[in-house]
Design a protein around this ligand. Structure first.
Ligand code: ZN
Length: 175
């Protein structure tokens, strides 16, 4: 999610140098310390490409084109298959989706594609959203009770509300 928003949407709004993006990626990869230590500017182009492909999957889901979303995920999974296996961490067995020594980009491709693929085809796929504010396009997981979220943030919701309020006022004055 953050990968898409930071590498595709935020980059389109205001391009950051690779050095700043590496810092952002370290924050995104925080759950996996080896990724935080290993991510370099050289990874940015490939990770950007991954984020663009994931963004296309969200776009497919947003317009109800599940076939396109599934095709996009299958392409990613064919290139970088997930390899589920159990690993013992601090005495507890946990399911991992890739060996710890897998290269960074294939590992994150498999993690992201498999995570999304698990949801496609389920009712919960409707909870993968794309912000409806024109010009935003950030993606989110809707965890609201009635799955009614339409915007990535309160800021976007407020901007759309304010714009429609102004539009109604203008329409009121015109008549
Ligand atoms: Zn938004």
């Amino acid at each position: 999610m953050d990968l898409v928003n930071e590498l595709v949407v935020a980059q389109a709004e205001a391009a950051q140098p690779d050095r700043a993006l590496v810092a952002t990626l370290k924050r995104i990869f925080a759950i996996d310390p080896p990724s935080v230590a290993g991510v370099k500017a050289a990874h940015v182009p490939e990770l950007t490409q991954l984020a663009q492909r994931l963004h296309a999957v969200f776009a497919g889901l947003a317009r109800g084109d599940v076939d396109a979303a599934a095709r996009g995920l299958n392409e990613l999974l064919a290139r970088h298959p997930a390899q589920p296996h159990l690993a013992k961490e601090d005495g507890v067995w946990r399911l991992h989706h890739h060996p710890a020594d897998a290269p960074l980009v294939p590992m994150w491709t498999a993690i992201c594609a498999e995570g999304l693929a698990r949801v496609v085809g389920l009712p919960s796929a409707q909870r993968l959203g794309t912000c409806e504010r024109p010009g935003c396009g950030r993606v989110f997981v809707d965890v609201s009770k009635n799955a009614s979220r339409r915007f990535c943030s309160q800021a976007c919701q407020n901007r759309v509300k304010a714009a429609s309020f102004r539009a109604r006022q203008a329409a009121g004055k015109a008549t």
